[in-house]
Design a protein around this ligand. Structure first.
Ligand SMILES: [Zn+2]
Ligand SMILES: [Zn+2]
Ligand SMILES: [Zn+2]
Length: 221
């Protein structure tokens, strides 16, 4: 969204097809193979962001990348103090912790100079995290466990934008923050996401609206 060119390497076909649906350039490959990283000339990138949830996988990837591109700026994510130290000793320069810090930190390091930190702060303030209220949380176990807070990933339907289409209303997934178009829209991307990812609870992403819905239990509150 900041206009920074990027590409994604993932080993997960489901994740790849979801990203491709949103217009992201994706390569399905094993990024722990040094030969692949060399063929991709990863050393010429401005930075490499490693966002695996698994600390051990992250550490292995950092080691392989370091053997191919010793100077490359590495941005990684740690989920524990031990993980932080491990990544530091392997030579990762930028180790982020909370998900929000990861997003803000990646933007900080990669955005072009014309996008200022103030722009990003303003954007985050205009798009605060959303949660379900107590009444909604009490509706079903899905709502209780997917109550947020999530930060809506966009204020457009990225999948519609990617295919040059329009939408009627926007919905936000309370499990992951995905934003998709409603069932009155031609593409029904919110429902497609809920079914594909098994993320049953959505909330309206329209300004001023707070109602939520569970696809499994089919309540609206
Ligand atoms: Zn439910
Ligand atoms: Zn859509
Ligand atoms: Zn989701």
């Amino acid at each position: 969204r900041a206009g920074v060119p990027y590409s994604v390497i993932t080993r997960n076909p489901d994740g790849a097809s979801e990203l491709e649906g949103r217009g992201a350039p994706v390569l399905i490959a094993d990024y722990m193979r040094a030969g692949l990283l060399r063929d991709l000339n990863v050393a010429s990138a401005r930075a490499l962001v490693i966002v695996d949830d698994d600390t051990e996988m992250t550490e292995r990837t950092v080691s392989v990348v370091r053997s191919v591109a010793p100077e490359l700026r590495l941005i990684t994510r740690a989920t524990s103090p031990e993980g932080f130290q491990g990544l530091q000793s392997l030579g990762a320069q930028h180790i982020l912790t909370a998900p929000r810090e990861v997003a803000a930190g990646i933007l900080d390091l990669l955005t072009p100079p014309e996008v200022t930190r103030a722009d990003i702060t303003r954007h985050l303030a205009e798009h605060p995290p959303v949660t379900l209220n107590a009444t909604q949380r009490a509706q079903c176990e899905h709502a209780a466990h997917n109550a947020g807070p999530v930060t809506p990933e966009a204020d457009v339907c990225l999948e519609c934008v990617a295919q040059g289409d329009t939408w009627v209303h926007l919905r936000v997934c309370m499990t992951c923050g995905h934003v998709g178009c409603c069932d009155s829209s031609r593409n029904k991307h919110a429902t497609a996401h809920a079914r594909r990812q098994d993320h049953p609870v959505i909330r309206s992403a329209e300004p001023g609206e707070t109602w939520a819905y569970c696809y499994e239990h089919q309540w609206t509150k």
